[in-house]
Ligand binder design. Structure first.
Ligand SMILES: Cc1ncc(COP(=O)(O)O)c(C=O)c1O
Length: 493
């Protein structure tokens, strides 16, 4: 365990924003400010009967006592400073619209319109929003697929190096790590390479907010030296939904521009309960991250071993297997491959919810993903694996031969996604005749959940054939505007 000085411990034991809000709530101040429920008095009775009234006293607005998110000088400033200290970065910005807004902010802060950015095609949808809003040219990295594990990986060092060699003009590299399944890439090597070449590294670490606080877990993006990094504190630590953080630690990015962008993108009425839980989640992780995540890791490893040893039709990949492939694994994530059951991940997810009172975060055709975090207990894992064992005995589907595959996505970007987004010169053409046209929409089949058509990109025959095949198999394609995918929107000029 890392040695922490008494002074640092004393500083990190404080939660200045929470303390301020608690003191305010206890004073029962007469409210003539927003929000309209006035310290909970106006909240609907049915909701209040369940939750109690006190919690709504935290839902205040900007005034001197509680500080301002956009121009912090008091307890929000102190809370952000403690967050930055805990993560070892220059500055941390509190976000109240999740990592989605943080991803958009990274593009707008680090890149100018017309710059090019190397980015994996398997990124979260907010990355496309960032690309459109900032007006950059995306240089796509084709995600690697492992058909044994039915998994999609994030960008490797070699892929980034190859892209930088081919596109030396790129301004920045955008990496997602960990993935939804907890796969972590070689971030330190990627950051070193990029910095040697003067490139900015932006990291979507939405699922890795806890990594820094436990020695058994893979390296986090802040330790690896990312210039900007976004974390969903609400996903794995104990902040309320939407509570995220953008960390700044850069000599390449202008700090004041990041500040302006973050302020521009966020509401002027932030929810102070979300902000207070960011302050508390940081304190909890700093003081008890090692102990709490040891507990979570132990429970997750127990579940993984139980499934691998006792349920023949299901399998969880291990850290060793992932390391052999050149990645690392956040072992708190429990991915269960269910292809041998003959049922899809979606079907088992639904059975778990309806019959066993177990709700997962994510499932696809092949896998279930159980996200474990600050609040997870071993007893939860017991309920989950017992349910899986029961399902594997009770239900038996016909073995399917689904294969996880994507067409070649190394296609030509003809226009910037922003130009296409703002243009009205579009028409629909039949998929059979779309090859050669420039796409004016995004189409993302599930699986694999990766966009195969992107605005501004030349559509190839291989992609058309792939989409026609998907649609004949009734695979859901996000972005399609009719019941059956027969056409694609293209640019007309
Ligand atoms: C990899 C990744 N990045 C970003 C996000 C967006 O995070 P948030 O829900 O905090 O906006 C998600 C959400 O699931 C995600 O999986």
């Amino acid at each position: 365990m890392k040695k922490i000085s008494k002074l640092l411990l004393a500083k990190q034991s404080k939660a200045p924003l929470f303390d301020t809000l608690l003191a305010h709530a206890k004073r029962d101040v007469v409210s003539f400010h927003c929000p309209g429920h006035k310290n909970g008095k106006g909240i609907d009775r049915e909701l209040k009967d369940y939750t109690g009234e006190e919690v709504y006293k935290f839902d205040v607005t900007v005034f001197d006592e509680v500080d301002s998110l956009h121009d912090p000088v008091g307890s929000i400033k102190k809370a952000q400073e403690l967050m930055a200290q805990a993560y070892g970065v220059e500055h941390s910005f509190f976000l109240v619209n999740g990592s989605s807004v943080g991803n958009i902010a990274m593009f707008l802060a680090a890149c100018d319109s017309g710059d090019s950015v190397i980015v994996s095609r398997s990124s979260h949808k907010s990355i496309m929003a960032g690309i459109i809003m900032s007006g950059v040219w995306p240089i796509w990295i084709q995600p690697k697929i492992d058909q044994n594990l039915d998994l999609i990986f994030n960008s490797t060092y070699n892929q980034v190096k190859d892209a930088l060699d081919r596109y030396p003009e790129a301004k920045a590299v955008f990496i997602t790590s960990p993935t939804y399944n907890g796969i972590v890439t070689e971030l330190s090597r990627i950051v070193d390479l990029c910095h040697r070449r003067g490139k900015t590294v932006l990291v979507d670490e939405a699922h890795g907010v806890h990594l820094l606080f436990n020695n058994q877990l893979p390296e986090s993006a802040v330790s690896a030296g990312a210039d900007l990094c976004v974390q969903s504190t609400h996903k794995i630590l104990s902040a309320m939904s939407q509570g995220s953080v953008l960390h700044f630690n850069s000599k390449l990015v202008d700090f004041n521009r990041v500040k302006r962008v973050v302020s521009m993108l966020q509401t002027t009425s932030p929810n102070y309960l979300i902000l207070a839980t960011l302050d508390l989640a940081r304190r909890q992780a700093f003081l008890r991250g090692e102990e709490n995540f040891n507990r979570v890791i132990k429970a997750a490893e127990w579940g993984r071993a139980y499934i691998n040893d006792n349920i023949n039709s299901m399998k969880c990949f291990t850290r060793q297997e992932v390391q052999k492939l050149g990645f690392d694994l956040d072992v708190t994530k429990l991915t269960v491959n269910v292809t041998k059951t003959g049922l899809s991940g979606y079907e088992i997810e639904s059975i778990l919810a309806k019959e066993y009172n177990v709700q997962l975060d994510y499932a696809d055709l092949f896998n279930l993903v159980a996200i474990m975090s600050e609040g997870s207990e071993k007893s939860d894992v017991e309920v989950f694996v017992n349910a899986l064992e029961n399902i594997s005995e009770k239900y038996r589907g016909k073995q399917k031969n689904w294969i996880l595959k994507i067409p070649s996505l190394a296609t030509e970007m003809v226009m910037r996604p922003r130009e296409v987004f703002l243009s009205n010169s579009t028409k629909k053409v039949s998929l059979k005749k779309a090859a050669g046209h420039v796409a004016a929409q995004t189409l993302t089949p599930y699986p694999p959940g990766i966009p195969v058509v992107i605005p501004g990109e030349r559509i190839t025959k291989e992609i058309c054939d792939y989409l026609i095949d998907m649609s004949s198999k009734d695979i859901r394609v996000s972005g399609q505007e009719t019941g059956m995918l027969r056409t694609v929107k293209v640019f007309t000029n």
